[in-house]
Design a protein around this ligand. Structure first.
Ligand code: HEC
Ligand code: HEC
Length: 285
């Protein structure tokens, strides 16, 4: 190529790149209203965004990967934690601290009830924005996982201190325990493992389910138990479909007689799926 050819080559390729870039920008803007569910930006959502900025949540947290990386990413938080839990947490985060697990603490920002409701509406809108897979790897809330971004069962077993999968009985695809485990870790919405660890003593937003079958028997036998279950399987089933039937003492897991566990599983899971979860959890003697 001589000098002139080089120059036209540079000009033409710059022009092509610019046209492609402009086209893509226009195309993205065209899609914004759909991707962001613009019609769902209600007044509480807008107010919640103002509260978010007013209290500088972004100084510690990220949304869509933007912000400070001191505290967990909150892009999908409302898909992992229900409104009752988030309301109680934002009102007084220190109630949920566990000296052993938390090194970083969230300050009590003294938010009002209205501000909290608006924040949750805003975060819920955020969680439903189609961000086309960005951020690629959200920082997860301690112990949380979201569908499709879960640790592999093997990794999780190592993290939970369990036997490696090879040491467990081989289970075929139709094994209800294996199906229950898959639901628990990846497919139920919200996913159970976002709130429950199966490692002893590790309480997340929900209690550890290590040894839940044994504990169930003790709970049923105690005079404080007012639910209808007669055995461990029954207790686990009841906990899934009517979470507030039995509440742990204290304020970690419930407020005003309502469990922080979503009460939507009776509807969102099929009876077979509930059976599979019960089979899986009842195996934790
Ligand atoms: C000074 C830093 C800081 C600020 C400011 C802050 N947070 Fe946090 N937040 C944290 C830390 C640290 C955690 C993680 C605590 C833990 O490990 O459970 C957290 C956790 C959370 C959680 C997840 C709780 C859970 O257990 O799932 C939510 C929701 C949350 N913050 C919302 C907010 C909102 C909304 C604001 C603004 C109104 C805010 N935060 C401001 C530090 C902060
Ligand atoms: C948003 C967090 C959250 C999610 C998601 C969640 N749970 Fe829970 N779960 C809780 C809390 C909190 C409790 C304890 C409520 C109480 O006793 O006050 C609980 C209690 C339980 C119990 C009873 C345990 C005991 O010791 O009493 C079982 C069993 C259980 N959950 C199973 C599940 C299964 C299965 C799923 C998924 C289909 C699930 N949970 C999803 C928060 C959650």
């Amino acid at each position: 190529m001589n000098k002139r050819q080089t120059r036209s080559f540079a000009l033409i390729s710059t022009a092509i790149a610019a046209v492609v870039f402009l086209g893509m920008t226009v195309d993205s803007h065209r899609q914004f209203p759909t991707l962001t569910n613009a019609q769902q930006i209600t007044p509480p959502v807008t107010r919640g965004k103002d509260v978010w900025h007013q209290y500088n949540c972004i100084n510690c947290h990220t949304l869509f990967g933007e912000g400070a990386y001191y505290a967990p990413d909150l892009t999908k938080i409302t898909l992992q934690r229900g409104a009752p839990y988030l309301t109680a947490f934002l009102k007084n985060p220190s109630k949920f601290y566990d000296e052993q697990r938390h090194r970083r603490l969230m300050p009590n920002l003294k938010l009002g009830d209205g501000e909290i409701a608006d924040l949750i509406a805003f975060l819920d809108w955020v969680s439903k924005v189609d961000n086309q897979g960005w951020p690629p790897r959200p920082i997860l809330v301690t112990g949380a996982s979201i569908p499709g971004m879960d640790l592999t069962v093997a990794q999780q077993n190592v993290a939970d201190g369990n036997q490696p999968p090879a040491a467990r009985p081989v289970s075929g695809k139709e094994d209800p325990i294996a199906l229950g485990e898959a639901l628990f870790r990846t497919t139920a919405t919200p996913v159970c493992s976002a709130c429950h660890s199966i490692a002893p003593g590790v309480n997340l937003a929900g209690p550890s389910l290590s040894g839940v079958a044994n504990r169930a028997k003790q709970v049923i036998a105690s005079p404080d138990y007012k639910g209808k279950a007669k055995d461990a399987e029954g207790f686990i089933r009841e906990s899934i479909v009517t979470p507030s039937a039995y509440l742990h003492p204290g304020e970690m897991f419930s407020a005003n007689g309502m469990s922080f566990m979503p009460d939507t599983f009776a509807k969102s899971l099929t009876p077979e799926q509930v059976d599979q979860l019960v089979a899986y959890l009842a195996s934790f003697q």
